[in-house]
Design a protein around this ligand. Sequence first.
Ligand SMILES: NC(=O)c1ccc[n+]([C@@H]2O[C@H](COP(=O)([O-])OP(=O)(O)OC[C@H]3O[C@@H](n4cnc5c(N)ncnc54)[C@H](O)[C@@H]3O)[C@@H](O)[C@H]2O)c1
Length: 351
Amino acid sequence: MKKILITGGVGFIGSHVTISLLEKNYDVVIIDSFLNSSKSFYLRMIELINSINPLFKKNLHLYEGDIRNSHFLEKIFLDAKKENKLIEGVIHLAGLKSVKESVNFPLNYWNCNLIGAIRLLEAMDKFNCHCLIFSSSATIYGKNQNLLINEISNINPINPYGFTKATIEFMLQNLFESDKQKWQIANLRYFNPIGAHSSGLIGENPKGMPNNVFPLINKVASREIKKLKIFGNDWNTNDGTCIRDFIHIMDLADGHIMALEYFLNMKNSKFLNLNLGTGKPTSVLELVKTFQKINNVEVPYDFVNRREGDVDRIVADNELAKKTLNWEPKRKISDMCSDGWKWHSNIKNFC
Ligand SMILES: NC(=O)c1ccc[n+]([C@@H]2O[C@H](COP(=O)([O-])OP(=O)(O)OC[C@H]3O[C@@H](n4cnc5c(N)ncnc54)[C@H](O)[C@@H]3O)[C@@H](O)[C@H]2O)c1
């Protein structure tokens, strides 16, 4: 049984990747500081694991702490070494992700995202672990005129968050090129992950007021917010609202497992940039309408002015990820809406 470290494993993406890893019989070590997650959410993860197979629980280990603390990180690699079960790969998700917050507090973002990545890489190198899956973002492409964005499109971030992700990618490339026999690195560039595990036991649970459209739709549907603001109905799109590439969180989780297994089976060093999106355009208005229809709920909305920094269309060319990993996103927008709402309707019982 291979041991995998997942940083930020109690977060939105980390929790779903953790469940998928356990189901594939991996031993999973989570690091999380609980900065943007909670112990009660971790208990929900345990509840879900128990409902799938109680035996999986013994393969899950949690370390609470900050990845910028080298001593803490090294202890985790050392504990694994003492057990004679080395950490064979790392999925690095711990970081800050709010575009808006990054504009107001750029130093926090550079500190957490960049220093966190550096400390993690130092510890990995020290303990001879050179297989890394990194949580990058479509945000690094910035304003892009292409209908579908592929991996060789310009890297042109327009906010501090995007700059931290792009900088980490450049740093990883430097590291790879410093010794081309050593590292296996995949930058997974996520488009718009939404939805939740189909059990409704885990999902996205942002602290404070979310910035992203899907958690906001849920909050409007549950009457926590009166109306959804849709930023602009005069974009150059069919219905005038922005077009995005929404991907089900479980399809995104599958992409991580397949990237990891691609490396573990291959053994050779490799550097990959891969878009994880569906390649299918969905407008914000289409998303709202599907959500209302499939869940039989109302989501009142107003059109307001365009938001600074938005672009009309961001859709992935995902051919490279599909071909390289033999990965295929399977779930539809209606699945994303129903699974997401199932989780949201449960939050009050859980957190
Ligand atoms: N969710 C998205 O839409 C999206 C899109 C593109 C990229 N990403 C990236 O994917 C990663 C995971 O995203 P998410 O949506 O799960 O975010 P999240 O905030 O739900 O999860 C991140 C987790 O990392 C933890 N964490 C933060 N800083 C830490 C630190 N220094 N040490 C230890 N733990 C720390 C938080 O407590 C949280 O549990 C992030 O790096 C994010 O930038 C997310």
